[in-house]
Design a protein around this ligand. Structure first.
Ligand code: KG4
Ligand code: ZN
Length: 368
């Protein structure tokens, strides 16, 4: 960010977006890409150099807008994206010390996600591509989550087994390259992050549920309430979390047993959070183990918000040692939604995958 430029605030009405004259830049001769992400409840923009260096990454989270609903409300999300997208882009450019005229290309998440939210990002990206006459690149959000595991590394992470575990996805992939990820397993009901969010709501813990449950579980006894591990021995790569969520609901409503008479409500919440977290993590890790075995790869790359969970990270590391596989988990700041991981667009550009202004959003998950 330049010293004289004011940093826009994301909560206010978007300021007028002015395309200023091309400045003299001394940054480098390397080309720059602006990436935009608005698939769910984070409005994000990043400037990424063609060597993969992230020059700026701005994330305007909407958590405070959805907190009272205990989950993302699509209409609220898309309206907030509309208000925030231009200030976020402007700040990303300022932080990277560049302007629109320095950009070589613009990338945007177009799938999967909430339709109204995706459309806001796509419209902004198309406008920039059209005005500047630069390439538009459309990015698959789940492929970008896996790609994030390799950012900052010199060697390629592909081929690998990929696992995207977030509020919207619990998907296992056979990833032959950055842009060839085949879905091999997913949830038949709730996504893992969605289960964390719903269980937090049952336990009266704040949204987003993942971090709240992780915190509450620190002081809890995971063995006190017996929790199911749905589909853990099915031999399949699919997941199910609704039964586990219901088990927490029944246990939370249950009357404390004779051994629990001295129980305080906070003990109960901590024990339920710990029991749920342990069960969910056990299922996630077991399916990862199965996927790596079935695919025969020696590497598993894990991304998405739930990958920020410490117990999950620890259990994955133990599994990696047992199975003698390498596990790459995206760095903390790249686990949850961000635009920097749309650096995958450089690979897409290199393989000629430039979108036209006819590009549309694909809200659903595509199995190919
Ligand atoms: O990837 P992400 O930011 O957005 C989606 O694409 O969904 O993931 C958000 C999800 C939320 O469901 C949140 O509860 C979960 O990731 N999450 C966690 C943790 N941090 C975020 N789940 C478990 N443990 C965490 N520490
Ligand atoms: Zn995501």
């Amino acid at each position: 960010m330049t010293g004289t430029s004011a940093r826009p605030t994301f909560g206010s009405v978007a300021p007028t977006f002015i395309i200023s004259p091309a400045p003299v830049t001394s940054l480098s001769q390397l080309r720059l890409l602006l990436a935009i992400e608005s698939s769910c409840d984070e409005t994000a923009a990043a400037v990424v150099r063609e060597d993969g260096k992230v020059l700026s990454s701005i994330i305007a989270s909407q958590h405070e807008l959805h907190i009272e609903w205990g989950g993302v409300v699509p209409e609220i999300a898309s309206r907030a994206h509309v208000r925030r997208i231009l200030p976020v882009i402007k700040t990303a450019l300022l932080d990277a010390n560049c302007t629109l005229q320095n950009l070589h290309a613009v990338a945007v998440t177009t799938e999967p996600g909430l339709v109204g939210s995706l459309l806001v990002g796509l419209t902004a990206a198309k406008t920039i591509a059209m005005c500047l006459q630069i390439p538009l690149i459309t990015v698959n959000h789940v492929e970008a989550h896996i790609y994030a595991c390799g950012m900052g590394r010199s060697e390629s992470i592909y081929p690998c087994a990929g696992f995207v575990v977030s509020g919207g996805h619990t998907n296992l992939y056979d990833c032959r390259s950055a842009t060839e990820c085949k879905l091999i397993g997913s949830t038949i009901d709730d996504a893992a992050g969605e289960a964390f969010d719903k269980v937090a709501r049952i336990l009266d813990l704040p949204y987003p549920g993942g971090p709240s449950i992780q915190k509450a579980a620190l002081t809890g006894n995971p063995r006190r309430f017996k929790m199911p591990r749905p589909m853990i021995r099915s031999g399949k790569l699919d997941f199910s979390f609704s039964g586990l969520k219901t088990a927490v609901l029944y246990a939370a409503r249950g009357v404390p047993g004779p051994d629990q008479l001295s129980d305080t409500p906070s003990d109960r919440v901590a024990d339920l959070a710990a029991g749920f977290q342990e069960a969910a993590v056990e299922v996630l890790v077991e399916k990862c183990r199965l996927a790596v075995r079935q695919l025969g790869y020696s590497r598993l790359c894990v991304g998405g918000g739930v990958a920020a969970n410490q117990m999950f990270r620890d259990e994955l590391s133990k599994m990696a040692r047992r199975e003698k596989v390498e596990i790459l988990v995206a760095p903390m700041e790249l686990c949850t939604d961000n635009a920097a991981m749309a650096a995958i667009a450089w690979d897409l550009l290199a393989s000629g995958r430039i979108a036209t202004l006819e590009a549309n959003v694909l809200p659903g998950l595509v199995r190919y």
